[in-house]
Each structure stands twice: as C-alpha cells, then as structure tokens.
Design a protein around this ligand. Structure first.
Ligand code: UDX
Length: 429
C-alpha cells in the first residue's frame, strides 16, 4: 500500500520506517529541508534502537523515501499520516497550528480519494476540526476520510513497540476506511479496536495519564515506606503481582519526565476543564511528581549540607533509558538545581551527552562511566540505564573521599551498597 507520513519526528520516522519494513511503499515528507537532506544522505536526526538499520535497509530497497515535497507525498499515496508536533501552550492547552497547516496543505494537493490519519497526540474533537478544514480548503472536491490512530510508542523501544503493538486503535466516522486500515496493520498481528474518532483521541490521553498516575501512586507510597521503614520495591512487587494491577510502571523514582507525560497530563487537565470537569486527580499526579523531585533534592542537600563548591557525579541525563532525549528530563532538572546551588558537576550518559551539553555547558562531560566518581563528594543515579548496574563500585569508592550515592532509580541493592562501603540513599527503601 502507498502511504505518506507528513512530519518526520520521532513518531513519523518510526511509523514510516516500520510500515516500509512491513512491505508498504512509504514517502516521509518534512518541511525541515536540513532534516530531509540528512536522512537522504544517510544521517539520522535521532537515536532509537535499531531504527537506523531499518531506515538504511528500506531506503536501499526503495520502500522508504524522504522528501521536502508534500504535494508529491500526498498525490502518490492513498493513506496520509499526520505526525506533526502538537506542543504545549503556556496555559497547558495544545498548540494545534501545525496540525491545521498540514490539513490545509493536504486539502490543497488532493486530486483523488484519500484517507487522512491523525497520528499526533491531540485533544478530543480535533478529528472533527481536521475534517472540516480539509473540506473547506479542498478545491478539487474529492472524497476523503479522517481517521484517528494514536501511537503508544515508548521512546527507546519505539521500533519494538510499533512491530509488536498491544493494540491498534482506529477511530473512524464511517466504515469506509476501516478495511484499508486493517490491511495496513495486518503484518503486525495485533488486535484492532475500531471506535469513533472522539473515543480514539481520548484513549491516548487517558492511557498516558493513567500510566503517569501509576508512577505518582508508587512515588507517594515510597514516601510512606521511607517514613515507616517499609521497602517500596517489596510493596510494588506485592501489589503488582495482582493481575488487575500489574507490576509495570510501579518503579519508584525521582519522578517521571519526557516529552509526553508532563505535556499530556497538562493537556488532559485543560481539555477536562474546557468540558466543565475539574480533573483534580490528575492535578494531584502532577503535584506528587514535582514534590518527588523536591524531596530527592532535599535528601542530597541534607546529607551534603552545603552544596556550593562540592563536586557531584551524575549518572544519566536522558529522561529515561535507551534514548538520547533530554526533554523534560528529571535528570536535567536535578543538574540545574545542583548547579544553581553552586555545585560542580561531572556527568555521564550513554547517549544523551551531545544534547545535554547544548543545554548545560557548565557541567563537565566525562566519556567513561567509571571515571565519573573521581574527585566527587557524591554520586547520583538519575536515569535508569541498565548498564549503570555494572558500575565499578570499588573504583568509585576509592575515587571518592566519602563514598556517598543517591540513587534516584533504585538500581542498586541497599545492603550490597553498604557492604561496598557506601552511604547509600535511594527512594522509598
Ligand atoms: C510514554 C508512553 O509510555 C507511551 O505509550 C506514549 O506513546 C508516549 O509516552 P515515553 O515518554 O517514551 O512513553 O516514556 P515512558 O517509558 O512511558 O516513561 C516516562 C517517564 O516515566 C520516564 O521519565 C520514566 O523514567 C518514568 N517512569 C516510568 C518511572 O519513573 N517509573 C516507572 O515505573 C516507569
């Protein structure tokens, strides 16, 4: 099937590449000429496990093309995915101007029946607006359908998630585009849930808000565990083994971040407000998350007392493992707070150093994880990269005058750390 992706960011690039890998003919269009050039000439704008090899393979076979020319992408394709940014507005709402601009562009170029699929995360009722816009700006009066098909890709696992989805949600206003969408997703052997467009749009915000709620719930429990001498990991295992609850997203941490959860929570609260519902539950989720960072920072401050002039090693800058993305990263937030108090930072991340350096040039970037501790007054684990578990603890201990570790991701075992001679402080244990 011939498909187009308008927007070649995280979602557009992964979606287009995976559809090409599944045998479809894909054109990825982007208005950023530099990005298109980079992709055409063998470069990659982002890091995502196994994405690069799939891009190269499908480019070489001709299944996947990159272009600056939206007209060509629209006219050559039956299904057109919109995967443009929908960034937050200052009031927590969603900026849909890119969405509207692309809908108008598609409308202007359509010369035959098209299925226009919204992949971007948007407030409920956006599909209706997209359909109205296309109708208004389409001079050739050809038929079209608008579909909502939200993505549930985790950064760092985006290709894996796309290839093995738990479900595919397809929101439609009529049955006409349904079989085409079924054919498109057939290679992925996933259950396909067909809903109305508003429900599909809501599913996305509801899913991400629920996952954020799970993390804030476990983080709130971690405070009770610390105060009562219980262990959050044991509590999480105990409740998570109830299949109605599930163990995933019950890892206590210094808080969640990234380009999705914070933004989607604010958007969902705003959407609810506009509909006349005060979503206090989700406001509490936000509050617990920001307090979790405050609490972790206070733990460092209380232990080290004066931070001015102290050297702190920070392991992890990305907002989570397996990505180079530092947007809304709790690790970066922590670094900023430490720098503000006058601490000196020695930092390391397996993938996010380049992006972090552009934002935080004041920190010292160390290329070797095991060398970070040298001359440090404390070490902080801020991102859940699994390789941090292989840190050479003996070398780290010897390199520090007073070996202290603050583990914001509960990667290490408290009793083992004590045996290794560390003062070890983690979350909820
Ligand atoms: C999320 C959703 O999972 C995905 O379905 C959606 O399409 C986009 O948003 P992503 O932002 O890539 O994906 O990250 P995710 O893996 O969900 O983690 C979000 C944040 O929560 C990270 O900062 C992570 O470190 C934190 N987290 C996650 C925890 O603190 N504890 C957990 O148990 C799980």
């Amino acid at each position: 099937m011939k498909i187009a992706l308008i927007g070649t960011g995280y979602v557009g690039l992964v979606t287009g590449t995976c559809f090409a890998e599944a045998g479809h003919q894909v054109i990825c269009a982007d208005c950023d000429a530099q990005k298109v050039k980079l992709l055409q000439s063998g470069g990659m704008p982002i890091y995502e496990p196994s994405l690069e090899e799939l891009v190269r393979k499908n480019q070489a076979s001709g299944q996947l093309r990159f272009t600056n020319d939206t007209k060509e992408a629209v006219q050559e394709s039956l299904v057109i995915f919109i995967a443009v940014p929908t960034p937050p507005l200052p009031d927590g709402g969603v900026d849909l101007s890119a969405m509207e601009a692309v809908a108008r562009e598609i409308a202007g170029f359509m010369t035959s029946y098209k299925i226009v699929v919204d992949k971007s995360t948007v407030p409920v009722k956006t599909g209706e607006k997209v359909a109205e816009t296309i109708k208004r700006y389409c001079k050739s009066r050809v038929d079209f359908d608008v579909v909502s098909n939200p993505e549930f890709l985790r950064e760092g696992f985006a290709v894996e998630d796309f290839m093995n989805p738990d479900r595919v949600v397809v929101g439609v206003a009529s049955q006409r585009p349904v079989q085409t969408l079924r054919d498109l997703y057939a290679p992925f052997h996933a259950p396909i849930i067909v809903t109305d467009i508003n429900s599909a749009e809501l599913i996305k915000h509801a899913a991400n808000s629920f996952l954020a709620l799970k993390i804030s719930y476990v983080n709130a429990l971690s405070v009770i565990c610390e105060a009562s001498g219980a262990n959050i990991q044991e509590v999480a295992n105990g409740i998570g083994m109830d299949s109605r609850i599930g163990r995933q997203f019950l890892n206590a941490s210094l808080g969640f971040g990234g380009s999705c959860f914070p933004k989607d929570l604010s958007a969902f609260i705003k959407i609810a407000e506009q509909i006349g519902y005060d979503f206090g539950l989700l406001k509490e989720v936000q509050l617990i998350n920001s307090r979790q960072m405050d609490r972790f920072f206070k733990k460092i401050q209380e232990t080290l007392w004066i931070l001015k002039g102290k050297t702190i090693g920070v392991l992890g800058l990305a907002f989570k493992e397996n990505t180079d993305d530092t947007r809304m990263s709790p690790a970066m937030d922590l670094c900023r707070r430490l720098l503000k108090e006058g601490a000196k930072l020695r930092v390391y991340d397996p993938k996010a150093m380049v992006k972090a350096k552009a934002e935080l040039p004041q920190a010292e970037y160390i290329e070797d994880m095991d060398a970070v501790a040298e001359g440090c007054d404390a070490l902080v684990v801020a991102t859940e990269w699994p390789q941090f578990k292989n840190l050479d603890l003996e070398r780290a201990r010897k390199a520090m005058s007073h070996p202290i570790m603050f583990d914001g991701r509960n990667l290490f075992d408290p009793s083992e750390m004590e045996e290794q001679g560390f003062v070890y402080k983690s979350i909820g244990r």
